[in-house]
Design a protein around this ligand. Structure first.
Ligand code: SAH
Length: 360
C-alpha cells in the first residue's frame, strides 16, 4: 500500500486533490501531522473529519521503519538497527554534542541504501554487498525515529540539529530519492532542516555531484581517503573509477554559497595512507579547493587494515599543520557499540545462520 512518507509536498497535494477530492488545506493538515506532529496513525489526525480519516486509512499507510535493536554507548551515542517492510535492515546513529551554552544537541547519521555497491575495502557496509536503494519514506523514516526518540517536537527549539548522510550506502547513487528527501527535509512546515544543517557525504559520483550542487539543498563532504589516484584505486576501487583528477575538477566548479566550503574526509589506515609525505600531497589538494579537512581514525572492522597509533596520527597532523592545513580529528564516538558504518548490521546478519555464507 501507498506510504504517505514517500510523497513530496506537491505529490501529496496532487494525490489529495485528485484521489480524495479534498481541498488544498487538507493536504497541508496531513503534511503537518506526518512531519511535525510525528503521527503514525490516521486516527490521531483529530482536526480532519472522520470520513476523510477513514478514506485515508483505506488507501494509504504511514509506515515507519521498525526498531529491532537499540544500543547506547557510554558517551550516549545511540545506534538503531531498523527493519524495513521487506525485512531488509539498515542502521542509523544519534550522536550527541554539547553547545556553547552547555546544552546537549544531536546529529543523526542516516543511511541511503541497503548495503552499498561501492565496496570500499575498509568499509563493513561495502563489504556486505548491495541489496537495494531506500525509498524516500525509508530515508526520512530514520529522522522520524530520531526525533521521536529524543522527544524533539518543538520546531522552534530543535534538539536534533544536524543530519549527515554518512550511514550505509552511497547517497549519490540513490540520487532521485535523495533529492526528494532533501526537498521534504527543507520544508518549513515539515521537518524544517535548512541546507546548512544537512551534509551529504559521497565518495564521488559525477552526475550526482552536479545535481546536488545545482539543488543547493545540502553541504557536501567528499570521502577522499587517498591523495593519489593509484592509492585511491587500491583502497576504494569502484569510487576511483571516477579519476581523482576528474573528481577534483568537478569539485572546482561545484557551486558554493558564501562562506561555504567543501569538506574532505580522510580515513587514516595504518601504514597505507598515513605517511607525512602523503599529508603533504593531501594538503595540496585541500588548499587547491579551499576545502576543510576531517581526519577519521579507522574504526577497526573485519579487515586487514589497522588503526594507526596516536603517534602516527599526531605526526600526520603535524605534517598538515606545516602546510597550513588544520584538520579536525573526528572523535570516534560509540566505538564500544560497533558504531562504524555497517558494523552492527554485519554482526546481526552473522547471527542468522540461514544466510548464505558469502554474505553472512
Ligand atoms: N558512501 C558515502 C557515505 C557513507 S560512509 C561516502 O563514501 O562518503 C561515511 C564515511 O565513513 C565515509 O567517509 C567512509 O569512508 C567512512 N567509513 C567507512 N568505514 C569506516 C570505518 N571502518 N572506520 C571509519 N570510517 C569509515
Amino acid at each position: 500500500m501507498l506510504n504517505l512518507l514517500d510523497f513530496t509536498r506537491p505529490q501529496l497535494l496532487a494525490w489529495v486533490q485528485e484521489e480524495l477530492h479534498e481541498p488544498r488545506f487538507r493536504a497541508d493538515q496531513i503534511w503537518r501531522w506526518l512531519w511535525q506532529k510525528l503521527a503514525r496513525d490516521f486516527s490521531e489526525m483529530t482536526n480532519i473529519k472522520k470520513s476523510c480519516r477513514e478514506e485515508l486509512a483505506n488507501r494509504a499507510t504511514i509506515l515507519w521503519p521498525e526498531i529491532i535493536d537499540i544500543q547506547t554507548s557510554h558517551d550516549a551515542t545511540t545506534k538503531f538497527l531498523l527493519r524495513l517492510a521487506d525485512g531488509a535492515t539498515i542502521e542509523t546513529v544519534l550522536l550527541p554534542s554539547v553547545d556553547h551554552e552547555g546544552r546537549t544537541r544531536w546529529s543523526q547519521c542516516l543511511s541511503s541504501q541497503v548495503g552499498c555497491p561501492m565496496a570500499c575495502t575498509f568499509c563493513a557496509t561495502g563489504q556486505s554487498g548491495f541489496e537495494r536503494n531506500l525509498t524516500v519514506g525509508e530515508m526520512l523514516g530514520q529522522v522520524l525515529i530520531g526525533r521521536n526518540h529524543l522527544h524533539d517536537t518543538r520546531p522552534d527549539h530543535p534538539i536534533l540539529r544536524n543530519l549527515v548522510f554518512m550511514g550505509m550506502g552511497e547517497p549519490l547513487l540513490n540520487l532521485k530519492t535523495l533529492l526528494s528527501a532533501l526537498e521534504i527535509l527543507n520544508d518549513p512546515q515539515g521537518l524544517a532542516f535548512s541546507p546548512r544543517r544537512i551534509t551529504v557525504s559521497t565518495c564521488g559520483v559525477e552526475d550526482g555531484l552536479k545535481a546536488l550542487g545545482k539543488s543547493g539543498l545540502a553541504y557536501l563532504a567528499v570521502s577522499l581517503h587517498a591523495p593519489t589516484q593509484e592509492l585511491r584505486a587500491q583502497i576504494m576501487p569502484n569510487a576511483a573509477r571516477l579519476e581523482l583528477s576528474r573528481l577534483l575538477s568537478i569539485l572546482k566548479s561545484y557551486p558554493l554559497k558564501s562562506r561555504e566550503h567543501i569538506t574532505f574526509e580522510y580515513l587514516l589506515l595504518d601504514g597505507i595512507n598515513d605517511r607525512p609525505e602523503q599529508a603533504k600531497e593531501l594538503a595540496r589538494i585541500v588548499h587547491s579547493l579551499s576545502g576543510k579537512l576531517n581526519l577519521i581514525a579507522y574504526n577497526a572492522t573485519d579487515s586487514d587494515y589497522r588503526t594507526p597509533s596516536e603517534e602516527r596520527i599526531l605526526a600526520f597532523e603535524k605534517a598538515l599543520w606545516k602546510q597550513n592545513v588544520t584538520a579536525i580529528l573526528r572523535a570516534s564516538k560509540g566505538s564500544d557499540i560497533d558504531a562504524a558504518c555497517g558494523q552492527l548490521r554485519a554482526k546481526e546478519r552473522r547471527k542468522h545462520k540461514t544466510l548464505p555464507p558469502d554474505i553472512a
